[in-house]
Design a protein around this ligand. Structure first.
Ligand code: DGL
Length: 375
């Protein structure tokens, strides 16, 4: 079973990263519409058109289900997508209900793209809540993320100035209503008063995915699907349950705890270069290359191992340096293997990523990994 994730850019990797922890043996596709990002400042009609193209591409690559890992595309195009394709299409909505149910004694502040904030879908969602909900469009944050600028002085100033428009002390929670905003949890945490919780919609989306696809997805390490419900429950002693998933009764009070992905992280710290990397070859199917020779090699299903990739560019333990040398001209790596037996094929607007782009993706996943416990 192939599950596809679609976003305007790198934001949806936050949902994919969590899926890589939660599920095992899954084949994922990831589509970032890098040619057209940002979506949040485009017209609804344009986003509908772009989303239909993106999901059409993913279905043509064999997707059995599609997660629209983009609040903006969900807001603008989810009905059109569901009408156009027969595979399940799971949308992503700002987790304002989760926030209201958990911390609703105080106001919620929703940050999202201008399109999501102006959308009818959000108005309906918020209209059903009793909690006071404020909203703030942050279009520049999407641009900062796409420019790989995560913790710069400019980012800090922008967020401080924008958030200063609100009485932050009164808040109960800040809802990340755009998947790109997950990259900035550390900066947001610095700015927000300590009692304000940061809430994202990732768990809810993955719970929905698991319940819609029934037995199609296997959970990693025999664990039940954890959720933000359990996370807040365990850490803050606050009880709430807004999860619509059929799996809700099976949640463990573990939240986003350590699991197989920790290994992925630990390996990335070693700074070692694998012998095959030193030889300047791909970390992929070397055995097959030797058997079949150069010509046939191009036709083989190829894969690179994410652990080996990470070792290469985190040498010296200098993690999250966004500067690295491209590793050669290998342009045909369609698939990356991850722990838990998962794999991902990455596309930027329909083009398979080259080796340098894939290495950047690994850096994004690492950054997201560092952000995931911040709430
Ligand atoms: N990541 C997207 C979201 O969740 C949209 C960002 C954009 O392209 O403006 O809303």
């Amino acid at each position: 079973m192939k599950i596809a994730f679609f976003d305007s850019g790198i934001g949806g990797l936050s949902v994919l990263a969590e899926a890589l922890r939660r599920f095992s043996g899954a084949e994922f596709l990831y589509f970032a519409d890098e040619d057209h990002v940002p979506y949040g400042t485009k017209s609804r009609a344009e986003i509908v058109r772009l989303s239909l193209d993106a999901v059409g591409f993913l279905v043509s690559r064999g997707a059995d289900g599609v997660v629209v890992a983009c609040n903006t595309a969900t807001s603008a195009a989810i009905s059109e997508l569901r009408g156009a394709f027969s595979v399940p299409v799971i949308g992503m909505e700002p987790a304002v209900k989760l926030a209201a149910d958990s911390f609703g004694a105080r106001p919620t502040l929703l940050i999202a793209t201008p399109l999501t904030i102006a959308g009818e879908k959000l108005a309906r969602l918020v209209g059903r809540l009793e909690c006071e909900t404020w909203s703030l469009p942050l279009p520049r944050l999407v641009e900062f993320a796409q420019d790989l600028e995560f913790g710069s002085p400019a980012v800090r100033t922008y967020l401080r100035e924008e958030l200063a428009k609100f009485e932050l002390e009164r808040l109960g929670s800040l809802v990340l209503g755009c998947t790109h905003f997950n990259y900035f949890k550390d900066v947001l945490r610095e700015i927000l008063p300590p009692h304000v919780r940061i809430v994202d919609g990732i768990d809810g989306t993955l719970n929905r995915l698991a319940s819609e696809l029934g037995g199609g997805l296997k959970l990693a390490h025999g664990e039940d699907l954890p959720s933000q419900v359990a996370k807040f429950d365990a850490k803050d002693g606050i009880k709430f349950d807004t999860n619509s998933s059929t799996q809700v009764s099976k949640f463990k009070a573990e939240g986003r705890g350590a699991d197989g992905y920790a290994k992925f992280n630990a390996n990335s710290q070693t700074g070692e270069l694998d012998a095959r990397e030193r030889d300047g070859r791909l970390a992929g199917d070397v055995h097959a290359v030797e058997q079949c020779g150069e010509d046939k090699r191009r036709m083989l299903p190829r894969a690179v191992d994410a652990n080996l990739q990470l070792k290469l560019y985190s040498r010296g333990g200098a993690d999250l340096s966004l500067e690295f040398e491209p590793r050669g001209n290998e342009m045909d790596i369609p698939r990356v293997n991850y722990p838990n037996g998962n794999s991902v094929e990455y596309f930027y607007s329909g083009r398979a990523l080259d080796a340098a782009q894939l290495r950047k993706v690994e850096l994004f996943l690492k950054r997201l990994d560092a952000m995931r416990e911040i709430n």
